[in-house]
Design a protein. Sequence first.
Length: 302
Amino acid sequence: MSRITVVGSSNTDMVVKTPRFPQPGETLLGGEFFLFAGGKGANQAVAAARLGGQVRFVARVGDDVFGRQAVEGFEREGIDCSFVSSDPKLASGTALITVNGEGENTIVVASGANAALGVESITELDLGEDEYVLTQLETPLETVRELAQRIHRLILNPAPATQLPDELLDGLFMITPNETETQLLTGVRVTDESSAARAAELLRSKGVRHVIITMGAAGAFYAGPDESFTTPAPHVTAVDTTAAGDVFNGALVVALGRDKDMREAIAFAVRAASVAVTRMGAQDSAPRLGDLEQITSAPPRR
């Protein structure tokens, strides 16, 4: 399979479980507290590595205990950390996460060193024509723009949700928003396959070649040059949805790197995300290949 490069964020996640989310100004007594390795870039890199990908990670961490622990964790997963740099001034990124009784979450991120992952961090990368590069939006947009100009097979997971300039989207290989991100990018509220199709075509009209809209328990909708379809998600009991999208993206790029067709790749990614939501944590929830055997996916619908 081709090498995978993930460019993105590394965070330490501080998670509190609570029956419900607090209202503004309200203090709740929460339940269990967890400390997890996270960050969208790191989550996706770990997910891809655990599923057999040959992964190189480009990131910036602080010169602190969280940063050192993060790099040690990446190396244990077999990830190439040659391009993970340490910032002498900024702290490592952190995220404060609340998980309610239904497994839904709210997240507040303090970017720290992630905000210093500038264009210079990717200028010395040797990127092959057949190499997939996966990135997100927890690092500077200028770096994402540079990747979009340089990389033929760039997959952009546009999270956290934000508006993007049309010139970044024009010619982009693939974008993988969830429903919230899709609405911000297109103005279309995704509630079903029909609305997902409308939103996807708007993104394709801006020059994106492949669009995958992830829809949680409803699966994922794909629109590309030759076909469109929905891949349903298997029924599971969600415990924590924190990194489901990251696991989806990591699994997707592994399958594409193995030359799977789009239907096979998305089905593989949906299965991986379905396993992840049954577990607590971000990177801790990322499955290995053997874990996917417990989940079977229905065939895609046209």
